[in-house]
Design a protein around this ligand. Structure first.
Ligand SMILES: Nc1ncnc2c1ncn2[C@@H]1O[C@H](COP(=O)(O)OP(=O)(O)OP(=O)(O)O)[C@@H](O)[C@H]1O
Length: 220
């Protein structure tokens, strides 16, 4: 068991989102979180991230807002995935003039994510999809056992989305991804968790579900 919630209350100060959440994430699972806007996906991902990080797990995160530094390049934003592996001086020098070995480590990731031509361009001058791929690149560069990603492929086309989801599965043993494309979730995950109005209303193996089974998540 990597992380579990047992009848827990999750929210923001006074604002309770999940009244009594019970959920366990096991090592090796590929979980897709589905649900309409406001159903609680981001709240659950943030809570899982805190729990795993506090427990010392090797976890990487792609937040929904990407949390990039707009003035810095794709290279620098991806490099930030490993900022905590070096001292302040090394990081400052690498900011001013990237070390060859860091460039060599980041370049293949940028290539894999179709960002090679933009490598030294400030993120503020990129498209939404390019920014999203930069945030994915930062999580890939961080690496680890678990990837938590909040709508990580919402701004890229379906072909790119499939490729990125495959790369995620190849790099991380455990995945928890919130996705808005039901078909992609059914294809790429082995467990589907469906949220509706801050409750878990579906929790089943993907292969036991059809698209129609999930329509109710978005109805009403
Ligand atoms: N920082 C916050 N403070 C207070 N309430 C919040 C905060 N963030 C989210 N909420 C509320 O928590 C509920 C769940 O929001 P959450 O962002 O988890 O949903 P979501 O499924 O990720 O939505 P989306 O798909 O739009 O990102 C919503 O009612 C939202 O208004």
């Amino acid at each position: 068991m990597l992380a579990a919630f047992a009848d827990e209350r999750l929210g923001y100060g006074e604002r309770v989102v999940f009244e009594n959440l019970s959920l366990a994430v096991r090592a090796g699972e590929r979980i897709a979180l589905l649900g309409r806007s406001g159903s609680g996906k981001s709240t659950l991902i943030s809570a899982l991230y805190r729990r795993l990080a506090d427990a010392g797990a090797r976890v990487a995160l792609v937040p929904q807002d990407h949390a990039l530094v707009p003035q810095l390049s794709v290279f620098h934003n991806i490099y930030m995935g490993r900022l905590d592996r070096h001292g302040a001086l090394y990081n400052a020098l690498n900011l001013i003039r990237p070390f060859r070995r860091e460039r060599a480590a980041v370049a293949p990731l940028a290539e894999e994510l179709g960002l090679a031509p933009e490598l030294m361009r400030p993120v503020e001058r990129l498209s939404g999809g390019q920014r999203q791929r930069t945030a994915v690149g930062r999580a890939f560069f961080r690496g680890g056992d678990i990837l938590l990603a909040d709508e990580p492929v919402s701004a890229v086309d379906e072909t790119q989305a499939r490729r990125i989801l495959e790369s995620m599965a190849a790099r991380f043993a455990t995945l928890v991804l919130s996705l808005h494309a039901v078909d992609l979730a059914l294809e790429s995950a082995d467990r589907i968790i469906g949220l509706k109005a801050s409750r878990v209303v579906v929790d089943a193996p993907a292969k036991a579900l059809t698209r129609g089974d999930l329509d109710g998540l978005y109805a009403g």
